[in-house]
Write a protein that binds this ligand. Structure first.
Ligand code: 5AD
Ligand code: SF4
Length: 474
């Protein structure tokens, strides 16, 4: 969970918004863009909900736990709103993101203090929604104290939000997200994304290139291309041709100032030959790939409707490593999908052993209403899921530690992104997306600097800046 916080700008502006982000990097991107939409209305970013006139919860619906967190946060905000109103003030509460999309009416019913519910495809309309909420509230204020305005927009509008969003503002520390694709047509049987984010849509090439150039002009040297199914990208180019992700990556690499390119999240089925070749040919494409496999059992992959088996995944890994031997892999795993037997789970453990992952995300299967998986017989008991998850995470944790340890002693380029908690410490990322802590001047933030890695930990590495690798004294 990440919060979009105030920069130093906007101290003199009248209104403040606090945006809390749950879930994936698409949501982090959307939160930044919501801030861009609200800025012209006079909203500066607040550091806490207490300082804000408007609180936006940008929500995640992927697992039950993620969406339940939203309702507890809304309970706290309702209390703040009540206190404000008692003191003659107010607080506007908006719910955005995938819970908004999936449970719009339900949110309004479960938490009447909510003013605005806006889906991920409609947030460019926030100005109109705020105005409508304001109008409704003016009427309500004459009466009872608590209800919110209850304005709802969860349409998938015919016009693309991308055509209506202002240019992105503010690049944080040299690294920027760039959304190029949204939605998903794959319909894995466990997943809500095709329902919350809608059908697959690729932004046109010219729009992506224009946004990339703006981000670079604003200080980005690393671009992470985002999409629920980013390697299914098929954007229309100005000459009418359709560009694949590989073609787009090759073009982005030509933009002066682009030092690093990444993309996430991919589907194994869409790892085409050209994209695999690009990993060997485009130097800016970082040697790290998040490629969710979910399970190592053919039976379960089939039941999940993943549209590929274990062999295809292993073949892709081999081909990637043959063109880019230092490629580090990350993945997503689900344990306890309905019908998963001990033998199926063993297949997953064997796949992990065989591939060797640098990092991974792993989850217990969460039954999501409306998905085909929810109606399957043979749901796996919670205790079995817990035991499998613990075993899987122990193995993946060991592999992550081994991967970090394997880099100790090497000197690697690190893109510094933020100050650490300890004074004088700065934190950055290696090409393999490992976090590195080093003593260094905060002026190095936003730059790539050579760092000698001296100590490996489960989730990070300690390093020493190689003096002279950058023109600013460390
Ligand atoms: N239960 C558990 N994990 C899920 N994911 C998606 N849906 C579910 C679910 N119903 C996981 C998948 C996906 C990641 C983003 O979240 O592993 O790749
Ligand atoms: Fe969900 Fe599957 Fe689409 Fe990924 S590919 S977003 S897991 S439906």
């Amino acid at each position: 969970m990440k919060d979009v916080r105030a920069g130093s700008e906007g101290q003199c502006q009248r209104k403040r918004v606090f945006i809390r982000t749950y879930g994936c990097q698409m949501n982090v991107y959307d939160s930044d863009r919501m801030a861009d939409v609200l800025r012209p209305l006079g909203y500066a970013l607040a550091d806490t909900p207490e300082q804000a006139d408007l609180v936006v919860l940008n929500t995640c619906h992927i697992r039950e736990h993620a969406s339940e967190k939203v309702y507890s946060e809304l309970g706290r905000l309702r209390d703040t709103k009540a206190e404000r109103r008692a003191a003659g003030g107010d607080l506007t509460i908006a719910v955005a993101g995938c819970v908004a999309q999936a449970e719009g009416e339900e949110i309004a019913r479960r938490q009447p203090a909510v003013d605005i519910v806006v889906g991920p495809q409609a947030y460019h309309r926030l100005p109109e929604l705020l105005a409508e909420a304001e109008r409704k509230l003016a009427i309500l204020r004459a009466g009872k104290r608590l209800p919110g305005a209850g304005v709802l927009d969860t349409e998938f509008p015919a016009e693309s939000k991308f055509d209506h969003l202002p240019s992105p503002q503010g690049v944080r520390a040299g690294s920027a997200f760039l959304s190029i694709q949204e939605g998903c047509d794959k319909f894995c049987t466990f997943c809500v994304v095709p329902y919350t984010r809608g059908a697959e849509y690729s932004r046109p090439v010219s729009a992506v290139l224009a946004e990339a150039r703006q981000l670079v002009a604003a200080g980005a040297i690393e671009l992470t291309l985002l999409g629920q199914n980013v390697n299914a990208y098929h954007g229309e180019a100005p000459d009418g041709a359709t560009w694949s992700l590989a073609r787009l990556i090759r073009e982005l690499a030509e933009i002066e100032g682009v030092a690093r390119l990444r993309y996430t999240t991919s589907h194994p089925r869409d790892m085409d030959d050209d994209l695999i070749r690009a990993h060997g040919e485009v130097p800016q494409l970082m040697p790290y790939l998040h490629l969710p496999v979910q399970s190592g059992s053919d039976r379960i992959l089939e039941a999940m409707n993943r549209r590929h088996g274990r062999a295809l995944f292993l073949d892709i890994v081999d081909r990637l490593r043959s063109v880019r031997p230092d490629l580090a892999l990350s993945s997503d795993f689900i344990v306890g999908f309905p019908g998963e037997s001990d033998a199926d789970f063993d297949d997953t453990m064997r796949l992990i052993d065989q591939v060797g992952f640098a990092s991974a995300f792993s989850f217990k299967y969460s039954r999501r209403p409306g998905t085909p998986g929810a109606t399957l017989q043979d749901q796996v008991p919670e205790s079995v899921k817990s035991a499998r998850l613990a075993a899987l995470q122990a193995l993946l944790g060991r592999q992550a530690r081994e991967f970090n340890a394997s880099k100790v002693g090497a000197t690697v380029p690190v893109l510094f992104a933020e100050s650490g908690r300890k004074p004088g410490q700065i934190i950055g990322k290696t090409p393999w997306l490992q976090s590195v802590y080093a003593e260094g001047n905060p002026r190095l933030i936003g730059h790539v600097v050579d760092v000698r890695l001296i100590e490996g930990h489960p989730n990070s590495l300690a390093g020493e800046i190689v003096t002279g690798s950058y023109g600013v004294a460390a």
